[in-house]
Write a protein that binds this ligand. Structure first.
Ligand code: XMP
Length: 510
């Protein structure tokens, strides 16, 4: 289906993904392209409107990122945000200068309501500013349509050409009328609000059916949300021609392997291969204490196991992966420091000789994947699962990974999860789990001295796992969890709660 699309052109700002999100939340499909996409690439997307994002560069610098100037000749409405606004000023005959005052944070803004971008708004409100430069001379054909006390040209508009620029950020929650401004822009674009998950599901199934009819596809199923939704989607399209391989690496949570197997084999009647590889993984991890070495060992072993299994299955042309949109966007940034080597079941293409990789969730954000899961009739407990790292409990079992420590960890983790669910907090907290920090301490139980393991509880609030705050769980819940863990889990005499945010910590301990 040819859906109305708003193109977001990426100039490197920190809120870029959020712009795409906001547009999709307003039920209009949106995609991001790099700032230097050619005019042909842009035309191919047939956009109803274009948004230039913010970014860290200075538009007057020699190497400043600029779009192909022909973009202004497409006759498509354009909204420039922050840097995006400045570049419009700069490229269309105005000028941009450093402001007297650097403006970061909330500012009072007055809107000229006769401008279609601001129709229906309150005439005054707050907006979020984050800039050092601003438009000093309005380009010809434009007029100023919003001002803040320190930024006279906080928004510019050329209604005839449908070109708009806002110096502030309408996409962040700190601009309370931001959604209304974006909605007005979508109206200016005459973009149809038809982005609905039910339609996406039906279209995706039909498309996959057409492409893969009569052919076999292999899916490395981790039981996580993304690979599970991808598997259900493919199963709808090609039924038993989809073969799901689920590797039990011995690093899963209590009952996890059983639950995944029951869902996919019994409920969905899928072609499901469970590989019990626990011993192999634990052998590879014997004596390994360094977090990065653990991650690498698990990643490599996974590939070995998967390779062996796919050889047994015979020639399969297609590999299904649960890659989602943030992965696609993030893989574009090459200069980031390696904090942790993430291992996903997705990292497989070199391992086995496939003709093609199928990534049916490539255009979706995490919560859209969840909505798709719901639209496909998947149970809430699968769709709203918290994220779980590829290396599993190994990165929550500090020091050497042993069966004894894993057993303690599984039990403690299960109790924590159970109590969080009982308290009705399971949908509110991004992630919550137990860690065994490889630390013995002295305690007293009955009249006996004990020297036993400590368990750390980790629970965080986050929206995207890039940053996180420790979750403020009611003390009564923590108390119950602590009591239950020391009473029900042998060889544990102490429970601590991790009160560090990310940064400076990370969510997982390793
Ligand atoms: P950190 O610990 O880096 O984690 O703050 C951020 C998010 O990523 C998850 N995580 C992983 N997910 N493979 C994954 O698929 C991995 O290797 C991995 N390591 C961490 C973590 O649980 C959190 O949600």
């Amino acid at each position: 289906m040819n859906r109305d699309t708003i193109l977001v052109m990426d100039f490197g700002g920190q809120y870029n993904q959020l712009i795409v999100r906001r547009i999709r939340d307003l039920s209009v499909y949106s995609e991001m392209l790099p700032f230097d996409a050619s005019i042909e690439e842009i035309k191919k997307k047939n956009p109803k409107g274009i948004i230039f994002t913010g970014g860290p560069a200075v538009v007057t610098d020699k190497d400043a990122p600029l779009p192909d100037p022909k973009v202004f000749e497409l006759g498509v409405p354009i909204l420039g945000i922050c840097y995006g606004c400045q570049l419009m000023g700069h490229m269309l005959g105005g000028s941009v200068e450093a402001s007297d005052i650097r403006e970061y944070g909330s500012a009072r803004v007055a809107f000229r309501l006769e401008d279609p971008l601001f129709w229906g708004l309150d005439p005054e409100g707050l907006c979020w500013m984050s800039h050092t430069y601003q438009i000093s001379k309005t380009p010809p054909g434009f007029r100023v349509v919003a001002s803040t006390p320190s930024c006279e040209k906080a928004a510019i508009s050329n209604n005839e050409k449908k070109l708009y620029g806002v110096q502030f950020h309408p996409e962040v929650v700190h601009t309370p009328q931001g959604d209304d401004i974006l909605r007005n822009f979508l109206n200016i674009c005459q973009a149809c609000a038809d982005w609905r998950m039910e339609d996406f599901a039906a279209e995706a199934v039909a498309g996959l059916k057409q492409k893969l009819e009569g052919k076999k596809a292999l899916c490395a199923l981790s039981g996580g949300v993304d690979s599970s939704v991808a598997a259900v989607l493919l199963n709808r399209a090609i039924g038993k021609d989809l073969i799901c391989v689920f590797v039990d690496n011995g690093l899963l949570r209590l009952n996890e392997a059983k639950e995944v197997e029951e869902l996919f084999k019994k409920k969905y009647d899928m072609n499901f291969v469970k590989v019990d590889a626990s011993d192999r993984f634990l052998q590879k991890l014997a004596g390994v204490t360094d977090p990065e070495k653990k991650r690498k060992a698990i990643g490599e072993e996974f590939i070995r196991v998967f390779e062996e299994e796919s050889k047994k299955i015979g020639q399969v042309d297609y590999l299904v992966q649960g890659t989602i949109y943030p992965d696609v966007i993030e893989s574009g940034s090459k200069n980031a420091a390696v904090i942790k080597s993430h291992h996903n079941v997705g990292g497989l293409p070199q391992a086995v000789d496939f003709k093609e990789i199928i990534e049916p969730l490539r255009s979706l954000f995490k919560d859209e994947v969840r909505r798709l899961g719901v639209a496909l009739g998947m149970p809430d407990r699968m769709v709203y699962r918290q994220p779980f790292p590829g290396p599993g409990l190994a990165v929550r079992c500090l020091g050497e990974v042993t069966e004894e420590k894993l057993e303690i960890l599984r039990k403690a983790d299960f109790i924590f999860r159970e109590e969080i669910a009982k308290a009705g907090l399971d949908r509110d907290i991004w992630q919550y789990f137990a860690v065994i920090p490889n630390l013995l301490s002295v305690g007293v139980m009955g009249d006996e001295r004990t020297y036993a393991h400590a368990i750390a509880l980790r629970a965080v609030a986050s929206t995207d796992a890039m940053t996180a705050d420790w979750a403020e769980i009611p003390h009564s819940v923590l108390k119950t969890v602590s009591n239950r863990i020391v009473n029900e889990v042998p060889n544990v005499n102490r429970v601590v709660y991790d009160i560090t945010s990310k940064p400076p910590a990370t969510i997982e301990w390793e």
